[in-house]
Ligand binder design. Structure first.
Ligand code: HAM
Length: 420
């Protein structure tokens, strides 16, 4: 017997019902912020993903050669593809360009709950602006999408890689030392960060202060550590303004400055953010994003870019842990021809109802009425239409309410009216 590949999933119809419902809500929120949907291919030239990160990323990719020996990869994310699309075809579009997407992504991760080898992202990119209001609106969009999808318990954390680098510089850490620390900070392994800093020869009092600051960041406290550098001062002022807009204009109360947000991907610069659902445990990160640079690397004219992606599958898991009540799909009508002669007329009725956007199914197994009614209730049909010879003589059918069992004789020409 064949088995599904490791880290992938099949979705039964109930699951697809939920997924389509949530996708619809997300799409609406993207559009309400003025974003427009785009789509890129599932696979790209491998180089698109190695250009920034180098060949080490290949280990995490599904990459392969096609029949003409081209190196290709299934996309692990959509930011590089969307920026490739922008540089190739959209550079002349009016700015800012606000693009959103849904798409399956592929990573050679170790599968576990909330982490898959094939998973879906809902994300967006904003191209051509780097004002604090653009970043605040972007972050607010990520938050609103998750709120509007029905999540109650989420936390927004905002960091800044320019400020973090400057903090590293104030400790006089080498590039290698920074590289060693970054993943530890990313995983919130603060004891290990502390230990590493001491190993690097940083005085205990300073390293303790630094680790403390990574955990509960405070702009005023951060200022103490900063070199007297105009760029950094501007970045701090910008960061403060973003936080203020989020709190005062977008009314997002539970957002926090957190200097330990470093993000896993190599293209980020400046503002970065993550949204988590604490209820999910280990794989609790629902969304990640920030400002990044890829346009020039891909051959385009320098312009600011930022974006985020939401883990679609994790959002569904989080909704389920919050016991979210998804609407269920119910068939409007199940049509039962009582014998074979009734089939052509029954199909005609089915066709008329479908033209009126009524969801209709019909017995295709030539089952008796009893079995057909049982089936209709097993698929949660709201009503059944029984087409029998006696009723047909007077151009009528019997309509049964599947919940109450109540039955009525209705003229064929009045069925649509009756159902509505
Ligand atoms: P990312 O943080 O790598 O960012 O992924 C975004 C989200 O995708 C994560 O927060 C997580 O919810 C979900 N995710 C990642 N890996 C998996 C997996 N193996 N299984 C299930 N869900 C997963 C990006 O991909 C960037 N492109 C985001 C971005 C857009 N930055 C700027 N623009």
């Amino acid at each position: 017997m064949f088995q599904i590949p490791r880290g992938t999933r099949d979705f039964a119809s109930e699951e697809m019902q939920k997924r389509n419902y949530v996708e619809g809500l997300m799409r609406k929120t993207f559009q309400s912020f003025g974003y427009r949907e785009v789509q890129t291919p599932t696979f790209e030239n491998l180089e698109l993903f190695t250009a920034k990160s180098g060949d080490t990323i290949i280990e995490e990719l599904y990459s392969f050669k096609d029949k003409s020996e081209r190196d290709l990869a299934l996309r692990p994310e959509l930011t590089a593809p969307v920026i490739r699309f922008y540089v190739e075809k959209l550079q002349m579009e009016p700015k800012p360009l606000k693009l959103f997407y849904f798409g399956n992504c592929y990573r050679y991760d170790r599968p576990q709950k909330g982490r898959y080898r094939e998973f879906k992202q809902a994300g967006c990119e904003i191209i051509g602006t780097d004002t604090p209001e653009a970043y605040a609106e972007l972050i607010a969009l990520a938050y609103e999408i998750l709120k509007n999808a029905g999540l109650k318990n989420i936390k927004l954390n905002i960091g800044n890689l320019t400020i973090l680098s400057s903090l590293f510089a104030s400790l006089k850490l080498s590039k290698d030392q920074q590289k060693y620390l970054t993943p530890l900070i990313d995983k919130s392994m603060f004891d290990d960060v502390q230990k590493a800093l001491e190993d690097f020869g940083i005085a205990k009092s300073i390293s303790e202060d630094f680790v403390q600051m990574l955990q509960n960041s405070d702009i005023k406290q951060l200022m103490k550590y900063m070199k007297d550098d105009e760029n950094i001062k501007n970045e701090m002022a910008k960061q403060e303004e973003i936080m203020k807009l989020l709190k005062d204009s977008f009314k997002i109360k539970n957002c926090q400055l957190k200097m330990s947000i470093v993000r896993g991907l190599d293209y980020y610069t400046g503002v970065v953010f993550e949204i988590e659902a604490p209820s999910l445990g280990a794989e609790k990160q629902l969304c990640g994003g920030g400002a990044y640079e890829l346009v020039k690397l891909f051959g385009g004219n320098q312009t600011p870019t930022a974006g985020f992606a939401i883990g679609f599958d994790r959002t569904l898991l989080a909704l389920e842990t919050e016991n979210y009540k998804f609407p269920t799909f119910k068939l409007d009508v199940y049509v039962i021809p009582v014998n074979q002669e009734m089939v052509p007329k029954s199909l005609e009725i089915v066709q008329t109802l479908r033209e009126q956007a009524i969801n209709v199914d019909i017995d295709l197994l030539r089952r008796g009425i009893g079995k057909s009614l049982k089936y209709a209730s097993s698929i949660s049909s709201k009503r059944a239409i029984i087409v029998g010879p006696k009723e047909l003589e007077s151009q009528s059918v019997t309509i049964r309410d599947m919940k109450t069992g109540e039955q009525k004789t209705v003229k064929i020409k009045d069925i649509v009216e009756f159902l509505k």
